[in-house]
Design a protein around this ligand. Structure first.
Ligand code: FAD
Length: 446
C-alpha cells in the first residue's frame, strides 16, 4: 500500500487509494465493462495538481496515466497513478481571436455550448460527450471531417506537463516538435492541462440522418457508396448498419430489427443542402427522415451517439478505396443476413480536407484513408474477451483487400485489425519526442 499522506498536502483535489470512499466513482468512466484499480487516483483541480501528480510518480517510479471521460478505455489500469481530469471543465471563448481555451476534462458539448453564443463552433467529434483533449491528441474525425479536416488541425497550442515534470507550452513557436506530436501522436507525450483551439464560423448547417428499414439496406449501402464516389468536398456522410437487439430498452418500432442509418452534414444553407441530400433521400423509401437545418449546437444529433455509460467494445480501421466488390463484401459480412455479435457496423466517408495536413505538419495518421470502418459490439461484457474480437478479426480479414496501410488511432483500439496508426517514419519521430520529454518512461506507451 502506497502512503499518500504527504501527497494529499501537495494537491487540492482528492487523492484516493483502493478502499477509500469515492475511489470507485473517481476511476469509473464511460465503459462500464472496465474497472480500473490504480495504486492511487488523483482528481486534479488545476495544472499545479497535474504537475504534483507527475512529480510524485517520478519520485516513486510509478507509471502515470490520465483519464477524462473514459470513452477511450479498452483495458483496465491496474497499477501506478491515475490522474482524473473530470473536474477541469472550464472553457473560455475569445470571439475576436476565434479561439477557445479548453481545460483538460471538458467534453465537446462544453465547447459547443460556450462557443454558440458568439456564432462560433468547434470542429469536434460526433458525440458531444467525448472528451476534447483525449480526442484531439488522436487527431479526431467528426461530422464535418471532409469540409474541415481532422479536428487536431484546428489546435493552436497545448499546455502540457511532460514526463520530466515540466509544465510547458507546445505550439508553433514553443516546443514545436512536441506540438507536432501532440496533434495525433496520442500516448506517452505528457498530460495536457489545457488546449487552445481555433473555432469556426458556422452560419448555417444542414444535417441529420435518414433511417431505412431492413429490406432497403442493400440498395442504400450500394447507392451511398456510389454517391461517395463524386460527393462534393464539403459534404460529409456516413452509413451505420444497425441491428437493434430484441430487448425492452429498445423502442418498440425498432426492437429486434435491422436498419441502415445514413448521416449527412453540409455546413451551408438549407436550400443547397436539400439539393445535395436529394440523391440519398431517393435511394429508397425513408422510414425516419431527420435531416434539416440544424443549429450548430445540435451537431450531436447527426450521429446521435448514446451518451450514457455502457459496457462498450469497438474497433476499426481505415479503408483505402471502394468498389462494387466492397458493397458485396460488406453485405455478406455485416449486412442484415450476417449472424454477428455487433450492434453496428459503420462506414464514414473521408477524403477532401482530411487528406490535407497543416502547413507545419502533424502526427495525424491515416490521412490517406478514404473511409473509416468501425465495428461496435453488442453491450455484453462476457463476449468482449473472445467472441467479439474473434468475429471482428474474421470481418477485418475479409476486408483485407480494402484496408488502408495506415489507420487513425482514435478508431483503432484495441487494434484487432492490426493496421498501424502511423508510418514507420512517423513512429520513429514520435519515439524521439517521447525520449526527449519523457526519458524515464513515466507515461506508459499505449
Ligand atoms: C461513443 C463514442 C464516440 C466516438 N466518436 C468519435 C468520433 O466521432 N471521432 C473520433 O475521432 N473519435 C471518436 N471516438 C473515439 C474517442 O475520440 C477516443 O476514444 C478518445 O480517446 C476519447 O477521449 P476521452 O478523453 O473522452 O477518453 P478517455 O478514456 O478519458 O481518454 C482516452 C485517452 O486520451 C488521452 N488523454 C485523455 N486526456 C488526456 C490529457 N489531459 N492529456 C493527454 N492525453 C489525454 C489518453 O491517452 C487517454 O488514455 C468515440 C468514442 C466513443 C466511445
Amino acid at each position: 500500500m502506497i502512503d499518500v499522506t504527504e501527497l494529499r498536502s501537495r494537491v487540492t483535489g482528492p487523492v484516493l487509494t483502493a478502499g477509500d470512499p469515492g475511489f470507485a466513482e473517481e476511476v469509473a468512466g464511460y465503459n462500464l465493462a472496465i474497472t480500473h484499480s490504480p495504486d492511487v487516483a488523483i482528481g486534479v483541480t488545476s495544472a499545479s495538481d497535474v504537475l504534483e501528480a507527475v512529480l510524485y510518480a517520478r519520485e516513486l517510479a510509478l507509471p502515470v496515466r490520465v483519464q477524462s471521460t473514459g470513452h477511450g478505455a479498452s483495458a483496465p489500469i491496474t497499477d501506478g497513478v491515475l490522474v482524473t481530469t473530470k473536474r477541469l471543465t472550464g472553457v473560455t471563448v475569445d470571439p475576436d481571436a476565434r479561439e477557445a481555451v479548453v481545460a483538460a476534462g471538458a467534453r465537446w458539448g462544453d465547447v459547443i455550448a460556450a462557443a454558440a453564443p458568439f456564432g462560433l463552433a468547434p470542429v469536434g467529434g460526433a458525440s458531444p460527450a467525448v472528451g476534447v483533449v483525449g480526442y484531439l491528441v488522436g487527431g479526431g474525425l467528426g461530422p464535418l471531417s471532409r469540409s474541415h479536416g481532422f479536428s487536431s488541425d484546428h489546435v493552436r497550442g497545448f499546455t502540457v506537463v511532460t514526463g520530466r515534470g515540466d509544465l510547458v507550452d507546445a505550439s508553433e513557436i514553443d516546443n514545436e516538435e512536441l506540438f507536432w506530436a501532440l496533434r495525433g501522436g496520442k500516448d506517452g507525450l505528457g498530460i495536457v492541462t489545457e488546449v487552445r483551439l481555433a473555432l469556426v464560423e458556422l452560419p448555417a448547417l444542414y444535417g441529420g440522418s435518414l433511417l431505412f428499414e431492413n429490406e432497403h439496406v442493400e440498395a442504400v449501402l450500394r447507392g451511398w457508396l456510389d454517391y461517395t464516389a463524386s460527393a462534393p468536398d464539403d459534404v460529409t456522410t456516413s452509413i451505420a448498419l444497425l441491428r437493434f437487439p430484441p430487448i425492452d430498452a429498445v423502442p418498440e418500432p425498432m426492437r429486434g430489427k435491422n436498419f441502415a442509418a445514413l448521416r449527412f452534414a453540409y455546413p451551408g444553407p438549407a436550400g443547397k443542402g436539400e439539393r445535395l441530400a436529394a440523391p440519398l433521400r431517393a435511394l429508397a423509401p425513408v422510414f425516419v427522415d431527420s435531416i434539416g437545418a440544424l443549429a450548430p449546437k445540435d451537431i450531436g444529433l447527426i450521429h446521435n451517439d448514446p451518451d450514457a455509460p455502457t459496457p462498450a467494445w469497438s474497433d476499426g480501421t481505415l479503408l483505402s478505396h471502394a468498389d462494387p466488390d466492397l458493397a458485396d463484401t460488406l453485405l455478406a459480412t455485416v449486412g442484415p443476413g450476417a449472424r454477428i455479435p455487433f450492434v453496428a457496423a459503420e462506414v464514414r466517408h473521408l477524403g477532401a480536407a482530411t487528406r490535407i495536413d497543416v502547413p507545419e505538419g502533424s502526427a495525424v495518421g491515416g490521412r490517406s484513408g478514404a473511409y473509416a470502418f468501425t465495428l461496435i459490439g453488442v453491450p455484453e461484457p462476457s463476449l468482449f474477451a473472445k467472441i467479439i474480437p474473434e468475429a471482428a478479426q474474421q470481418i477485418f480479414e475479409t476486408l483485407r483487400p480494402w484496408i488502408n496501410d495506415e489507420t487513425t488511432v482514435n478508431f483503432s483500439s484495441p487494434g484487432v485489425a492490426g493496421t498501424p496508426a502511423w508510418s514507420g517514419e512517423m513512429m520513429d519521430r514520435l519515439a524521439a519526442v517521447r525520449r526527449t520529454h519523457d526519458p524515464d518512461r513515466v507515461f506508459p506507451r499505449g
